[in-house]
Write a protein that binds this ligand. Sequence first.
Ligand code: AMP
Ligand code: MN
Ligand code: MN
Length: 337
Amino acid sequence: LRPKNPLEMDRNLLRSIRNRIQGANRILVVTHVGPDGDAIGSLLSMGWLLRAQDKERLLFCQDPVPEGYYFLPGSDEIKQEAEGPFDLIISLDCSGHYRMGEEVSKLVAALPGSVPLINIDHHITNTHFGTLNWVDPNAVATTQMILELAESLNWELTPPVATCLLNGLITDTRSFRTANVDSRTIRAALHLMEAGASLSDVTQQALERRSLASVLLWGQAIERLRLDDGILWTEVTQAMRQQVGLGGNDFSGLANSLSGIREADIVAVFTELENGTIDVGLRAAPGLDVAQAALRLGGGGHPQAAGCTLDGDLVGVQERVLSELRRSLAEQRDKAP
Ligand code: AMP
Ligand code: MN
Ligand code: MN
């Protein structure tokens, strides 16, 4: 049996995306606030691919690149400031317009006329906010989609492109461990290794290397864990951060690590950000879903991993989110066979 053609994208859409890119003179490429490995890998790989097409492009992310991704080729080219004009915007790994951040909204509002936007994303909660929307919830990462775009347009996969693409696959699947990994994912990884990406190097850099301070912060967060009727939750406050000497908003991986705990149906990690908002990271045990609860709270994500960002004090946000999670869990338990 030959495997099904991995390219699930419709031919007309592909043609339209190609034509828009070919016709553009200056492209703004954007990914989501609080970028993860797929966001940075998508932005950089698209940057390298457009560069090879001689396209003028600006790679933008409202928040700085997390230190763990400095090893990716071109990571210093990502800007936190942008100035028009642009005649095309490409958003990557953003489930809604708001995920690009306020700076992009301001920038777009200041441009004359309306600028077409190509929305390339793999979140099931995507709101189809673009002029062209290519949304594939079966893709494990946005970089998997970019790989398929490059293949179908016969764009060359150089080692830097392959490395950035593999970074997205590895981080969004936690090194091929998530339930959505299938033969299409492994085939994509194989292709990227053949194109010059190092699996061990990217895995080490993106998933294994971390600062001592971040592990100490994990320790504090683990001490604060609470379990309540299948919901396991904890918090990371700015005060805890100061205690271990970890500045900024850089901190990830805790929710993933907790998600394997047997007693937990749902994991929630509440993180106080520097700007005072609360980031909520959610994980669901296999067979359960947190994307819908996240969507109702104004966020989004995937069935197994989702999140939202909320205003308010930590305790108020926790009450709101926990009550939504309890409701959602009760509904899902009722429906379970
Ligand atoms: P995280 O817990 O930050 O690793 O995020 C898990 C998943 O939820 C990722 O797929 C994110 O794209 C999604 N997500 C996290 N925060 C938000 C948010 N504020 N709005 C929409 N999606 C989010
Ligand atoms: Mn992402
Ligand atoms: Mn992603």
